[in-house]
Design a protein around this ligand. Structure first.
Ligand SMILES: O=C(O)CC[C@@H](O)C(=O)O
Ligand SMILES: [Zn+2]
Length: 387
């Protein structure tokens, strides 16, 4: 997404793929301790066999490593329910730039002894140390997972549906994702996935995860009834069967893949107040006109995280110039974040200043110098290039 793990000049690539062992799993607390190279999906299967789930899930689950997930503080599809890795990661083992091993691999829910050093490495994109093992809290596996896929007539209705949803499904709501009509058109065109509902300007995916299938289905059913009868939603379908649940999720999870078939993709991952969420997409469509093939908005609405993607036949400086810094200035004016979950990597490092004050950037640089005085850990990433 941002070139955080891609070597650009003279780097050495370090793979932790062979460090793929589960170290321990506590079936009472749900605390998993494992090496950094474990693939997320494998860990999911491992804990599911023991009636737990991983607190994070994302489209790349089949290939991404837990160490990378933690190093990039990956958000993903379960964030709304289980929160950030900053809360679910309990401990880390990290190899520092001088080769020493920092063993903070504890499995404690509460530990208020001094600075929480592991937080420095979560989301540091490998620039402060190399994560080699992780201790992570896994929630119990929900007994029932239901998904509703809805068509919405306007963005105001999407927001009202979210409010209704929180009111009626609050304690079982586990995801609230949205996508616009252009996203649906692209997954249809490039991946041949058919929409399960009538064509609409917006689509919503609501997931519930709870402990009683009957109760949850009843709650979701009455929410759907209310949303339909009040006109917030014009069409909807519900799934409880695992395969149908997966098929509905695929429509949302595979948007990135569909976009990559559409041409060159300019990617933005921003946090904004939800009320302003879609204004930026509309504004950009007007600003870019025929320069862009598609301007799409989708993402984790429940987390206030918009994925704004623009496609074009090929990369063009002119289009980039129309997008940047415009998108960043727009976001900063709303006090949003220029990278909600994808990090800064190589591509976004110079825009850090739109979301953080100069003093914060200066402190980040001081930390980098302290932990990596020779600048050997993921160089050229995260921090802005020095003037
Ligand atoms: O490609 C993107 O912009 C978003 C990717 C990912 O974070 C998602 O939520 O699908
Ligand atoms: Zn995302």
């Amino acid at each position: 997404m941002v070139g955080g793990s891609v070597p650009v000049f003279d780097e050495i690539i370090l793979s932790t793929a062979l460090m793929n062992q589960v170290i321990s799993f506590d079936e009472v607390s749900g605390i998993l301790v494992c090496q950094a190279g474990c693939v997320l999906e494998k860990l999911s299967q491992f804990v599911q066999e023991r009636n737990f789930i991983m607190p994070l899930d994302l489209g790349a689950k089949g290939s991404c490593h837990i160490g990378g997930n933690v190093a990039t503080n990956a958000g993903g599809l379960r964030f709304l329910r289980y929160g950030s890795l900053r809360g679910t990661v309990l401990g880390l083992e990290v190899v520092l730039a001088d080769g020493t091993i920092l063993n903070c691999l504890t499995s404690l829910r509460k530990d208020n002894t001094g600075y929480d050093l592991k937080q420095l490495f979560i989301g540091s994109e490998g620039t402060l140390g190399i994560i080699t093992a992780v201790s992570i809290l896994c929630p119990p596996q929900p007994k029932a997972v239901n998904v509703a896929f809805l068509g919405c007539p306007g963005f105001a209705e999407v927001l009202q549906t979210f409010t209704t949803c929180k009111g009626m499904l609050g304690e079982i709501l586990s995801a609230f994702e949205f996508m616009d009509a252009e996203c649906m058109q692209l997954v249809g065109q490039h991946l041949h996935l058919a929409s399960p509902v009538q064509d609409s300007p917006f689509y919503i995916l609501v997931e519930t995860s709870g402990s009683n299938a009957g109760h949850d289905a009843e709650k979701l059913g009455s929410f759907l009834e209310q949303a339909l009868s009040s006109g917030l939603v014009t069409d909807g379908t519900m799934a409880t069967d695992h395969r149908k649940v997966q098929a509905l999720w695929a429509l949302r999870e595979r948007i990135t893949e569909a976009l990559s078939h559409d041409g060159y993709v300019y990617k933005y991952d921003i946090s904004l107040p939800v009320e302003r969420f879609y204004d930026l997409v509309i504004d950009l469509r007007a600003r870019l006109g025929l320069q862009a093939k598609h301007v799409v908005g989708y993402g984790h609405l429940g987390d206030g995280n918009l994925h704004l993607n623009v496609t074009a036949e090929a990369f063009s400086e002119a289009l980039l110039g129309a997008l940047e810094p415009y998108v960043y200035v727009w976001t900063a004016e709303q006090r949003g974040s220029v990278s909600a979950e994808h990090g800064l990597g190589f591509k976004k490092r110079d825009v850090l200043g739109y979301s953080k004050p100069p003093k914060a950037v200066q402190l980040m640089r001081q930390l980098k110098t302290l932990l990596d005085p020779k600048g050997i850990l993921n160089p050229y990433k995260t921090l802005p290039a020095q003037a």
